[in-house]
Design a protein around this ligand. Structure first.
Ligand code: ADP
Length: 421
């Protein structure tokens, strides 16, 4: 192996150091050789090799130095030998398979056994992974055309998972190769969610925008001289701009929440006072919808760690939904009780309405962004489809849970379980 510049330099410095350490010995040797040359009249052919031998001896490493260099080399070699392939494979968290020149499996780590059923030493990887991209990867690496390569590979069963699989040789002398599978499923899912979210948000904004553009055209054309139509259209346009503004507010709330994933520690929220303010702020909406809001608050200290503005938004969104969608029930109940849960003591805040309720199949999806049971109903109620996803986001940050219970025709109950300190 070629020496690097740094290695050459350190070798040169070691030689100079040894010469310096042996300088007196060297000087005495030179004097002795010269004395023999002059006094005994020895030949020049004796003098030159004698001096050269002296210099070489002075440059030899001392015993201690030699021992420590030997020890370092031994430790290094011993350490590497101890790191057997099996230990290395086990230390890798991703599925890893070692195979030979015939694509037969030599060894697989525990993650590989967990990810792919039916692996066994000696089995053909070309038969195990039949997808064309895996065949091409194995062929490429075994033919020696490339030393390393990677492909995307999707395993369909038992659940669909997408991997970035890289293949490489384990040093040419070993005749072994390695496959490492990096699970990309979660990243792909997040990418897909993000793309869906942008498509949904654009669609939600485009609809009112198209409607406003249409009305402007009508107002400039056929309805130019029709005051009654103009008033009606301007009212619709105002409603549509309100809808766009609400949507942008909700989108900004979500992005603000995503920008600060951790809650500021140390702040506390008085649930009684916060929920009282929420009820007061929604009083006009409740009155408009002919609803009475009942309070059933436990007595005593109702304080939890958290961010007051964020928890205000949670209860506001839930109570607003109860007032909007549970209007027909005539009243809404807001209760705070100390939670029984021994593992996580805290408080349960329940907002219950007596409206049409939510069919069972919608409940698991209702907190998804833009998911609405009835899109038209949500729009007429000035909904954006983001309220419950904001609730879920905030509750996750508070280490809190949301549970939804509903019986169609009898109403819905949204319970927030907030852990106490
Ligand atoms: P929106 O802005 O549409 O209200 P949300 O995320 O707050 O969005 O709610 C999602 C959907 O859940 C609503 O469109 C509605 O269909 C349903 N929903 C929420 N709360 C209730 C409730 N109390 N009763 C019946 N349906 C509800």
């Amino acid at each position: 192996m070629a020496e690097t510049g740094a290695e050459q330099e350190s070798r040169r410095q070691a030689l100079v150091a040894r010469l310096w350490r042996n300088r007196w010995l060297l000087a005495a040797g030179i004097v002795a050789v010269l004395a023999v040359y002059f006094l005994a009249g020895a030949s020049i052919y004796v003098l030159v090799p004698a001096l050269a031998l002296l210099a070489a001896a002075a440059m030899l490493p001392a015993d201690a130095e030699r021992q420590s260099a030997d020890a370092a080399a031994a430790i290094e070699a011993g350490g590497l030998q101890r790191l057997s392939g099996e230990y290395l494979a086990a230390a890798v968290a991703d599925p890893l398979i070692i195979f030979d020149h015939s694509a037969a499996m030599v060894h697989a780590n525990a993650a590989a056994f967990a990810a792919f059923g039916g692996l066994a030493p000696g089995m053909s990887l070309a038969l195990k992974f039949r997808a064309p991209e895996m065949q091409a990867l194995l062929d490429g690496i075994l033919s020696g055309k490339v030393a390393a390569d990677a492909v995307d590979y999707t395993e369909k069963l038992p659940v669909e998972r997408t991997y970035r699989v890289s293949a490489s040789t384990v040093g040419h002398a070993t005749g072994l190769y390695v496959l490492v599978f990096k699970d990309q499923s979660e990243t792909r899912r997040i990418d897909r969610m993000r793309a869906d979210f942008i498509a949904n948000a654009s669609h939600e904004l485009r609809t009112p925008l198209a409607s406003i553009a249409g009305f402007i055209e009508t107002l400039r054309g056929p309805a130019r001289n029709d005051p009654a139509a103009r008033d009606q259209f301007l009212q619709i346009m105002q409603n549509q701009t309100g809808r766009m503004a609400r949507l942008i507010d909700d989108l900004l709330s979500l992005s603000r929440l995503e920008m600060k994933p951790y809650l500021k520690p140390g702040t506390e929220v008085d649930l009684r006072q916060t929920i009282d303010s929420v009820i007061d702020s929604l009083g006009p909406l409740a009155a408009e919808n002919g609803l009475v809001i009942d309070r059933e608050f436990a007595s005593g200290w109702l304080v939890v760690p958290g961010d007051r503005d964020e928890l205000f938004q949670v209860f506001e969104n839930l109570l607003e939904n109860a007032c909007k969608y549970g209007q027909s029930g005539g009243h809404v109940t807001v209760s705070i009780v100390a939670a029984e849960d021994a593992q996580q003591p805290g408080f349960d805040v329940t907002i219950r309405d007596y409206g049409p309720g939510i069919a069972e199949e919608h409940i698991p999806r209702i907190t998804e962004r833009f998911y609405r049971v009835d899109v038209e109903n949500s729009r007429t109620q000035k909904g954006t489809g983001l309220g419950l996803s904001i609730v879920k986001h905030i509750l996750t940050r508070h280490n809190a849970r949301l549970s939804i219970k509903s019986e169609v025709g009898k109403g819905a109950a949204f319970t927030v379980h907030l852990p106490a300190r």
